[in-house]
Structure formats: C-alpha cells, structure tokens
Design a protein around this ligand. Structure first.
Ligand code: ADP
Ligand code: MG
Length: 700
C-alpha cells in the first residue's frame, strides 16, 4: 500500500495529466495512495428511480437520488453573478426545477428538451419550489452502464464543472483496483487486526469503493475508521508515555501557610464538592514527581478561578512562583482583580503583565520575578515571551484552552529547568470521547457542580414579530438598574454584512433604549477602543453592550441580567451556551432571549429549543456534536488532531475511539517503541500519516 504513494495519479486510467492537476489542487490528491484513501461519503442505489410526485410535500432532508424523464424547457434567468439556468424537468408524474449557477452556457448547449435523461442529485426546496441544483445528467445509455450501488465521493464544484464528477472518479478508482489484483499489505499490526476482528486493509479498501453487500460495507468502514482512530491514539499515547517517562516534575508535598491562611481567612464561601475533588486531584499530581498536564473542564460559573488560585497557593507554599494566563487583556485584568481582592488579606504579591504594561511598571515586575518577590503573575500571552524571566516558576495556569495551543504550552516549559506543572482551564464542555482524542495528552478533571443558589438563566425563543414585546422586557430590566447584552453573529464569509448589522444594531439600541447609554464592541475595532467599550460596560457607565462574539469568553459583569442574541439560528449550540454564561452571574434572576427569523428549518428549531430546555453544558455539547460534527465545536479545530479524519467521526464513533484506545494501549505495552518486526510496517505507515497532513499552523 505504501508504495502507491509514489504512483502519480496522472497515470491512473481515466485521469491523465490535466485532471491530475485539478485533483491535486482541488482535493489534495496526488498519488494512487491518496486516491484509494479518498473514501466515498455516501452510496447511492442506482437501481431505484424515484418518481417526482413522491418527492412533493416530503419533509426533512432528501438523499441523493435518481430520476428519469425529459426537460420541458430551459430558461436563463437573472444577471451577472445571479445568472442561472433553470431547466423544467418532468417524468410525467410531476415536475422539478433543475438549476445551474455555474457553466450556464455549457449546460444549455449540452442538454436538449424532449430527449430522455437520467438525473442524479439531491432535491431541496427553494422558495417552496422543489429543485435540484447541479444534478448529474446522463443519457440513459451511460447511466445504465453503472447500475447497482455506487459510491458518491466528496468533490468540488470546480471538478464537476470540468465534467469530472463522482461517476468519473468512481470509474477511475474501480479501474485501478481491478488492474491491481495483488493484495495491499495491511497497515495495522497483525496482532491488532486479529484481536479486534477487523477486515483486512485489502478487503476494506476494495469494499469501500465497490461494496458487494451492506454488511460488508459496514465492516469495511469500521475497519477504516478504526485505523484512523488507532493511529491517533497510538500517537497520543506514545507521546504522553514518553513525556511521563522522561519529564521530571517539581515535587510539591507541602500544604502550608499560604494555602491554610487563605482557606481559613479569605474564602468567602464553602467550596463545592467538585472544587474540592479537583483540588485533591491536582495535589496528587504535584506530589508525584512527574510534571502535571491537567485540563479542568467546568461549565461557565462553576468556579474554576478559585480552583486555580488555591492550586497556585500550594505551589507558593512549596517555594515556587506561579502564573496565570488569559487569552485577552480584559480577561487577564479581571483575573488579576479577582485574585488580588480575594487574597488581599494575606499579603500575596500578585502582578499584572499585559501588552500595555508601561515600561516603568514592567521594570518593577521584572525585578520582582527575578528575585522571587512576586508570587503570582497574571497576564496575557506577554507572560510567555522569552524576556520574561522567573526565579522559579513552578506552576502555570492557562485559562480558556482553545486560544492557547500545544506550541504555547511548550514555550512555558522553557521558563524553568524543570517544566512547571500546567493546569489548563476550559469552559467548553467537551464530551469524553472527544477529550480522549483532542486533549489526549492531558489528564482531565471535571467540575460538574455549580455553586449553590445559582438560578438558571431563563431562556426563551422569540421571533422578529415579537420585537416590541422583547424591547419592553429589556426596558424593564434597564429601569431596574440592570445591564443588557445584545449580541450579533460575526461570520467570516459574511463579514461586511455582519459588521453592518452590528453597527446598525448599536444605533437602533441607542435610539430605542434612550436615555440609557450603549457601548459597542466588535472584533474589527482597535484593541484600545474595544477595551474602552468593555470598560464602560464593566464599570456600569454603559447600560447596554452591543457586541459580536468577542464577549464570549469569561467576561464577568454580575449586574448584567439579560442577553439578547440576534440571529440566534446562526450560532452553534456550544457558542450559544458560552454566550449565555455571561448572564446569571449575580443574585438576580436573569434572561436569555434567542431572536430568530420566523422561517427556520425544523432542525434549527430543534437546536434552539434545546437551549430553552436545558442549561447543562454537557448535554448541549453532546447534542451539538451530534448535529454539527466535532469540527465545528469551538476550540477543537485549533487544538489539533495530528491529521484530518477522512472517515471516522469523533461525534459518532465514540465506541470505536474506546476500542482504538485500548488496542493502542495493549500494543504499546507489548512493544513500546514499535520495534518488533511484525509492527514495523505499521510504524512506517503511522509515521507517514503523521507527517503527511501535519499543518503546524493549526496546532500552535
Ligand atoms: P468560571 O468557572 O466560569 O471561571 P468563576 O471562577 O468566574 O467561574 O466563578 C464564578 C463565580 O462564582 C465567581 O463570582 C466566584 O466568586 C463564585 N464562586 C466560585 N466558587 C464558589 C463557591 N464554592 N460558592 C459560591 N460561589 C462561588
Ligand atoms: Mg473563568
């Protein structure tokens, strides 16, 4: 199999140099190996032809399906970028519109009315009209030559326009497989294939492209998914075993004066059971002699800061310094203020270092860090710059994992001879299966309990028609002296439009809620202006904050009781949950109003209604993963799998992740360096998989 990595795709029959170039630039396929590993995303049954009338009035999503009939007419409508070709197609039972946005002229030339065609595509509704965009259109002769179950491949529009569709790709792959009858050598260790009862690679590759039965197809897909997840688990485990074997950690056995003083004299409330448990877990880590790398997950408001502070006090009790980093200046400042005020009675020396720290103050900090007078340094990325030198940094806390990658953590290590213990805190509730994979090299603790007395945020879904009622509710909160967030989406593709709606929203709010003052923050503002607006709101000088998702992480304004989320349908569930966590932080009842257009799909409605029915971050995260796939979950994209998954799905293949994890453990127990002869081919394949797709920019 690995030798196919040298087989240039242009020599595969049915491809040739031109298409090879296109497949390379569009899909990253360069070799026969790539081609065989370009798995189908679905399969279609070409033995069934649907009748159009049966599609009318159907709800839910349509699969790819086949129709047979004739075009009645063709019309070119719209102009410029909106120009499209609409072909009215009928099979005698009903009609459907076929629409082409691209290649309008070519399609018009290629297709004729009155002649019989077989159509293949995914129907959908547009303005209540049944239509199929860019269907595959074949004369019956060609269509009939490929009956039975056919694989459908992920492709790009450009390839389709160049007349290289799923069918052509399938034909090329099948041709190649048929001319290579020699079995592909297995890329998993034989012991693993045996123990897990997997299909061989050769059979799996052939079956996935040319299924002979649903059962065998399922087994082939399982095998290929297992392989991907097994590679990832093996990689993660090897790295973490190596780290644990080699990397020494500071030993911090003492619970001393600082911790006890704080615990007895400064703690304004009883710790929750979960907070106590996590502090114990951290204590066990820092006494073990190995470097701690621990992720603490805790829903918004679960009291992570306190856990971080008390862990840092343990380090200080053992003679070390500690630091805490946050992704933004605002958050760093907030942490600094919280910690200073909590610990004010015990004389802890806490300093704040950010990009805007003045030179004079910076000198004081430098000195305090070097001579050890500073106990805790709170700050932004500025803390990990090389010029920041500690006397003996023993413990580092990183708040909000997803803005800090592996590379940044690595930089921390260089700050002292022995790497400091690292505690990463995140409010993004990550389902266990995902945590095992994405954060596989971290141990995980969960704060699964909120401090007592929290009132859950009441969440409602409202539509644009109910705007006046919503505004009246906001006004009542303002009159009661509370503050309000109004949040707008900001999505890259629509950046300009989105910016316009947030600035318009700002003006509308200023007008509607006059005389209350309104501040505006969005990601395109200068950092100084952004900070100024945030400060206005945090200090209570502004009653309303109109913002994009820049406020998502960690901002704490307990007097803000209401959050309105505009175009809520455009946010992911986890994102909505994070946003909502900004309210309900004080003693007063609080509200989250999800505003949406009236016309939303059933799925979207289900998503939004889930938000109104639960405030449990884990329930929401699981649902989000089910619905959107893990790639979309905030934070996971950057935290970096070693390579892109082609067939496995972290959301749905939890069981296989578990299997792969156990198999990788067993393999490494038996052969830690993968040096045994029977594992060498696998070791090479693993090495190549890891080097092929590593995009370092994603990991840092
Ligand atoms: P997050 O986990 O979202 O970072 P914070 O650490 O900011 O949460 O804590 C949220 C609020 O809860 C803070 O005002 C904090 O003082 C308070 N808090 C933390 N732990 C407790 C506790 N055990 N009992 C009551 N309030 C607590
Ligand atoms: Mg926090």
């Amino acid at each position: 199999m690995l030798s196919l990595q040298k087989y240039d795709i242009q020599y595969v029959k049915g491809i040739g140099p031109q298409r090879a170039k296109l497949l390379g630039s569009e899909l990253g396929l360069h070799t026969a190996f790539d081609l065989l590993r370009h798995y189908p995303t679905s399969y279609i049954d070409r033995s069934t032809t649907y009748n159009i009338r049966s599609l009318h009035g159907a709800t839910g999503e349509f699969p790819m399906l086949q129709l047979r009939g004739r075009f009645v007419s063709f019309n070119v409508v719209g102009e410029g970028a909106a120009m499209r070709l609409v072909g009215l197609f009928t099979d005698g039972t009903a009609t459907i519109d076929c629409v082409w946005f691209k290649g309008v002229r070519e399609q018009r030339k290629r297709l004729a009315t009155g002649r019989e065609y077989v159509l293949f595509g995914k129907p959908g509704y547009f303005r209540e009209q049944l239509q199929m965009t860019h269907p595959e259109v074949d004369p019956p002769e060609t269509a009939d030559s490929a009956p039975g179950v056919r694989a459908v491949y992920p492709l790009t529009e450009k390839l389709r326009q160049r007349n290289f569709g799923s069918r052509q790709l399938h034909a090329a792959i099948v041709g190649f497989l048929q001319s290579h009858t020699h079995p592909f050598r297995d890329t998993l260790p034989p012991s693993v294939v045996r123990a897990a009862g997997l299909m061989s690679l050769d059979e799996a590759i052939r079956t996935v492209h040319m299924p002979t039965s649903p059962d065998r197809l399922e087994r082939a897909r399982q095998r290929l998914k297992f392989e991907e997840l097994f590679y990832i688990q093996t990689d993660i485990l090897m790295r973490s075993r190596e780290r644990k074997a080699q990397v020494q950690g500071y030993i911090m056995p003492r619970v001393g004066q600082w911790f006890n003083d704080f615990y007895h004299n400064c703690l304004p409330f009883e710790l929750t059971g979960a907070q106590k448990r996590v502090i114990k877990e951290i204590r066990a880590d820092i006494m073990s002699g190995r470097q701690m790398n621990r992720l603490v997950q805790g829903d918004v408001g679960s009291g992570k800061t306190l856990v971080a502070l008390m862990s840092m006090l343990l380090a200080i009790d053992n003679g070390y310094q500690a630091c805490l980093m946050a992704p933004t200046e605002i958050l760093a400042t907030q942490h600094y203020e919280t910690i200073s005020s909590l610990a004010s009675k015990i004389g802890l020396n806490v300093k704040l270092l950010t990009g805007s720290t003045r030179v004079k103050q910076r000198r004081i900090i430098d000195e305090g860090l070097r001579d050890g007078a500073i106990h805790i340094l709170v700050g932004t990325h500025a803390v990990i710059e090389d010029k920041v030198v500690f006397r003996n940094l023993g413990f580092a806390v990183i708040d909000e994992q997803h803005r800090f990658g592996v590379a940044q953590r690595a930089r921390l290590w260089k700050k002292s001879q022995v790497p400091p213990h690292v505690l990463v805190m995140t409010a993004t509730p990550i389902p266990r299966t995902l945590a095992m994979t994405v954060y596989g090299d971290l141990d995980v603790s969960v704060i699964d309990e909120l401090p007592p007395g929290r009132k859950p945020v009441s969440t409602v879904l409202r539509f644009d028609e109910q705007r006046e009622q919503v505004n009246a509710g906001i006004m009542a909160q303002l009159r009661a002296g509370h503050q309000v967030y109004i949040v707008y989406p900001l999505v890259d593709e629509n950046e300009k439009l989105d910016l316009r709606s947030v600035t318009e929203g700002f003006e509308t709010a200023a007008h509607t809620f006059s005389p209350y003052s309104v501040a505006l923050v969005h990601g395109k503002m200068r950092p100084a202006d952004k900070d100024e607006s945030m400060q206005l709101f945090a200090s209570g000088k502004a009653s309303i904050l109109v913002a994009t998702t820049v406020i998502e992480v960690g901002v704490n304004v307990p007097n803000a009781t209401t959050m309105v989320i505009e175009n809520a349908e455009r946010f992911g569930l986890s994102q909505l949950h994070q946003l909502r966590g900004r309210v309900g932080r004080g003693a007063d009842r609080s509200f989250c109003i999800l505003m949406s257009k009236h016309k939303i799909s059933a799925d979207t409605r289900k998503r939004l209604e889930l938000m109104t029915s639960t405030t449990d971050g884990f329930v929401i995260a699981e649902a989000d993963m089910e619905m959107r796939g893990p790639g979309d979950i905030e934070g996971t994209a950057q935290s970096g799998l070693p390579f892109d998954l082609k067939i496995a799905n972290l959301a749905r293949d939890g069981q296989i992740i578990g299997m792969a994890r156990r198999a990788a453990e067993a393999l490494l127990d038996a052969d830690p360096a993968l040096a045994a002869p029977e594992n060498r081919y696998f070791a090479t394949a693993l090495g190549q998989a890891l080097s092929r797709n590593t995009d370092w920019s994603r990991i840092s």
